[in-house]
Design a protein around this ligand. Structure first.
Ligand code: SAM
Length: 236
């Protein structure tokens, strides 16, 4: 199953990128005649047949649509970048859990100074291919907390994972909030008191608790997404 940038319609030909040809030929050992599923986030999912394939290039012929495009719950995940292996894992799991946008947010206690967005986008794309979702999460360029709040759409609620704070339990908060919405999780060292103050002053922000235990940042992000999907999304 592959993500394609191309428009998908019956009878059209799709030229494979070099990595896609390598994946199908060398990794999956497919040959012309084999079937492949494609999606692009707009036209649903399509069955395609391999017409030509070698290690560097390939051409698919689209046969028929297998699933119509659906509109996924519009949930964004803003998170303070964490160390590389765990941030890769976070991007993959957030994609499986239906996040539509991944927004790395640099906070005062963020220990990571460079975020490889290209690699995060590749992890999110591979997870989208594997979990059979019909949309592709977009990984945005990192921004500061102040920039996030400035650019945040006023009509989109932003749920702040606020450990040890005054936040309502998540299910209670979700009684009055539904997608489109955003989630925000802090770094390993948490938000500073000043950052927390700034966040709580923003009209879009609602602090919520994820329970009595202090979760690792990546655990908090995924628990957050899973509960929101289960209660107001399309299921975890
Ligand atoms: N402030 C603590 C520290 O200095 O280690 C914990 C930070 S925690 C590891 C990282 C982030 O996960 C927090 O900023 C918060 O967004 C989220 N988080 C962790 N446990 C949580 C909980 N029980 N309720 C709400 N958010 C939580």
């Amino acid at each position: 199953r592959l993500y394609s940038e191309d428009d998908l319609s019956e009878g059209s030909d799709i030229l494979l990128s070099k990595p896609q040809a390598h994946l199908l030929k060398t990794v999956l050992r497919l040959d012309p005649g084999a079937a492949v599923l494609l999606f692009n986030g707009r036209d649903g999912e399509w069955l395609a047949v391999i017409e030509e394939l070698d290690k560097k290039r390939g051409r698919l012929r689209l046969e028929r649509q297998t699933r119509a495009q659906t509109t996924d719950p519009d949930i964004w995940l803003a998170f303070a970048p964490i160390k590389s292996a765990r941030i890769d894992w976070l991007a993959e799991k957030a994609s499986e859990l239906g996040a539509m946008r991944l927004l790395p947010v640099k906070t005062r206690r963020t220990v990571v100074d460079r975020v490889n967005c290209e690699r995060l986008q590749a992890n999110a794309r591979e997870a989208a291919e594997q979990c059979e979702r019909l949309s592709l999460p977009q990984v945005e360029a990192p921004c500061s907390l102040a920039e996030l709040l400035t650019q945040w759409p006023a009509e989109r609620p932003l749920l702040l994972a606020d450990e040890g704070g005054s936040g309502a339990p998540l299910p209670a908060a979700l009684k009055s909030i539904s997608p489109p919405l955003g989630l925000l999780v802090g770094p390993e060292g948490g938000f500073t008191p000043e950052e927390r103050e700034m966040l709580l002053q923003s009209p879009a922000v609602t602090p919520v608790s994820l329970g009595p235990r202090i979760l690792r940042a990546e655990t908090a992000a995924l628990a957050f997404l899973a509960v929101v999907q289960a209660l107001v999304g399309d299921g975890a």
